[in-house]
Structure formats: C-alpha cells, structure tokens
Ligand binder design. Structure first.
Ligand code: NAD
Length: 317
C-alpha cells in the first residue's frame, strides 16, 4: 500500500526537498505550511501530481488530516536567525504548540513521527566536536534563546510522547545545511556571501571570521533524515557534515568560485553567536550507515549555479 506522509514546513528549503524525496519514493505526500518563511514556488512543480496535496495551515492550530497517516516529518519552524529574531513568539509557538499538535496527530493515527531539531540545542558548545550526549550551553534569555529553547522543548516533548504514550518517534539534530531553494535573503552565511558576490558588494564577515561552521549539502541531509526515519532508533541523531571551515576561509572560497574581486568587510559578532560548530556523526555512521558524500567544492558549485540562474532570471527581489 502507498505510504501517506505528512510534511510540515513543506514550502521551506528542507521541507520542499523532503517532498521531492517522498514523491520519488512512491508515497502520497500531504504538504503543510503557513508560508511564513516558505514559498509555494518551492512546490509548484509538485502541485499537478495526484500523489501530492498542499494544505495552507498553521501547525500551532489543531491539525485535521482525513484518513490514515504512516509518517509525519515535522519541519515547520523559522530556521534562520534573521527570521526567528523577527518572529520570536511564532518561533516559540511552532516549536511548542506546533510540535504538540503533530505528536497528538501521530498518537491518534499511530504514525511514526520525526521532528527536526538542530545543532543549536548545543548553543555555544563547550565540547568539540558535538556528540549527542553533550547537553549544550544555551542562554535561555538571549536573543537566540527563542529558537534554541523551542527546539530543546520540542525534543523533551517528543521523548515524553514516546515514553508515556508509546508514540514511535525520531529526533534529528540538523547541522548547517545549504543548497538550492535556500532563500537569497535569509541572512545565513552562504546565500549572503553568494548574493553579495553576485551584486558586486563586499562580503560581510562577522567578528574576525575565525568562528567555524560545518556545511552539509542538502541531498546528503535528506538521505540522512530518510535513513533515520526508517531506522528503529528513538534518541537524537546528529546529521551534518563534519568538514569544518572558518567563516573567513568560506568567504574566500566563495570569492574564488564567483571569480569576484570584491573585498571582505568585518562587522561586530552578533550576541551569543557560537564560536565552533562541528557534528560528531559517529552515531549516524554506525546506526544508519550514513555519511555525507558531496564535497563542499561540489556542493558550492551546484548552489552557486542555482543562485546565478535565479539572479539572471529575476534579479534580487
Ligand atoms: P525554512 O524557513 O526554509 O522552512 C521552514 C518552513 O516552515 C517554511 O516554509 C515556513 O513557512 C514553515 N512554517 C513556519 N512556521 C509554521 C507554522 N506555524 N505552521 C506551518 N508552517 C510553518 O527553513 P529550513 O531551513 O527549511 O528549516 C526546516 C526545519 O529544519 C526547521 O524546523 C529548522 O529548525 C530545521 N533546521 C534547519 C537547518 C538548516 O540548516 N536549514 C539547520 C537546523 C535545523
């Protein structure tokens, strides 16, 4: 029988790639989004497909889906600092009430649910690289706390539904991911750098650029999420690329890729910006037999082509 899958946050960057994956896999996909940071353009190629339905709905409100559901992937949430600093209450609500509604639905339908957590649960980490046993270093009352604590609460609620109601749950801790369908203006380092390079503006690096990140190409991430969903492991699993790079090196790689002669401009570091970020993916390797296969060089090339095409077609609106 065809599996029926609900994907929340489906019109966003990761959600739309998940829709592609499950449609390609022969599933019936119910895509849900309130379009607060996502866009239907990410899904328009799927709209004519009979196996695809779109529900314009806010997951912090009661969710009604007729019929059976096999899987729920709860990805609805603002994800970039620019977004969650602009809409802090909605961010807390989607992590808390949105997750509660999805878990209630999973219990009712006896569906397996996977929730999208984040490396931000580790905050500004005191352990490096970050493994799943590390409890994190988060400032609950800092500006980023709205996102980090919403996701930490999401994990607790998910485990409570698992332990007390026997719901079949999975938790993925996603590290920085990039690729086509990121928003040009979402404030994250990669689209910001590429956008600035394409517009001939200086690349802005925060602080001295020695802070590190690890960037995972979207196809690798989707494969990891898929394998985790199909596994029988209910505790959190890191999915990300351990290939760590300083933001300054990263900015120079983008300059090299775009062939642009602009300079790098330095701005003050935002409050509570993590200094280091690198996933320990031992668990994903051992449990899921997963590891990233797309190099940063290749992933950046594909992402640049996507943005260059958008820029030449539509300009930067
Ligand atoms: P995105 O902003 O592109 O997508 C999020 C989607 O959720 C958007 O389409 C938005 O409209 C929708 N949404 C937000 N609130 C909603 C609500 N109340 N009801 C219905 N829809 C709602 O972000 P993304 O990068 O695709 O991130 C998706 C998920 O992955 C998020 O939960 C995020 O926390 C998690 N994540 C992403 C990354 C990353 O690098 N992209 C890293 C860690 C975690």
């Amino acid at each position: 029988m065809e599996k029926r899958v609900l994907i929340t946050g489906a019109a966003g960057f990761l959600g739309s790639h998940l829709c592609d994956k499950f449609i390609a896999d022969g599933c019936h996909v119910i895509a849900m989004d309130n379009l607060i940071t996502g866009t239907l353009k990410n899904l328009e190629h799927l709209l004519p497909n009979a196996a695809f339905e779109f529900y314009h709905h806010d997951v912090t409100k009661y969710i009604h889906i007729p019929g059976q559901l096999d899987y729920i992937l709860h990805f609805a949430s603002p994800a970039s600092p620019v977004d969650y600093l602009k809409i802090p209450i909605q961010t807390l609500k989607v992590g808390a009430m949105g997750t509660h509604n999805c878990l209630g639905l999973a219990k009712d339908k006896k569906a397996r649910i996977l929730v999208a957590s984040t490396s931000e649960v580790y905050g500004d980490p005191l352990v490096h690289p970050q493994n799943e046993e590390y409890w994190g270093n988060v400032n609950p009352v800092g500006p980023r706390g709205v996102y980090d604590e919403a996701k930490r609460y999401m994990e607790s609620l998910t485990m409570a539904y698992h332990n007390f109601h026997g719901v079949d749950t999975r938790i993925v801790r996603i590290f920085n991911t990039y690729g086509p369908r990121m928003r040009l203006n979402d404030g994250r380092a990669l689209p910001a750098f590429i956008g600035q390079a394409l517009k001939g503006e200086d690349l802005t690096v925060f602080g001295d650029g020695t802070q590190t990140r690890s960037f995972c190409f979207v196809s690798d991430l989707i494969e990891g999420v898929y394998k985790l969903l199909l596994s029988d492991y209910c505790l959190p699993v890191n999915i990300g690329n351990p290939d760590e790079v300083s933001l300054l090196t990263f900015a120079n790689e983008i300059l090299h890729l775009t062939g642009n002669k602009v300079k790098i401009a330095y701005l003050p570091l935002p409050v509570d910006d993590p200094r280091k970020r690198q996933p320990d993916i031992t668990k994903a390797r051992n449990l899921l037999n997963w590891e990233p296969v797309v190099s940063r060089e290749e992933g950046l090339k594909r992402t640049y082509e996507y943005f260059k095409h958008l820029y030449s077609e539509k300009g930067w609106s």
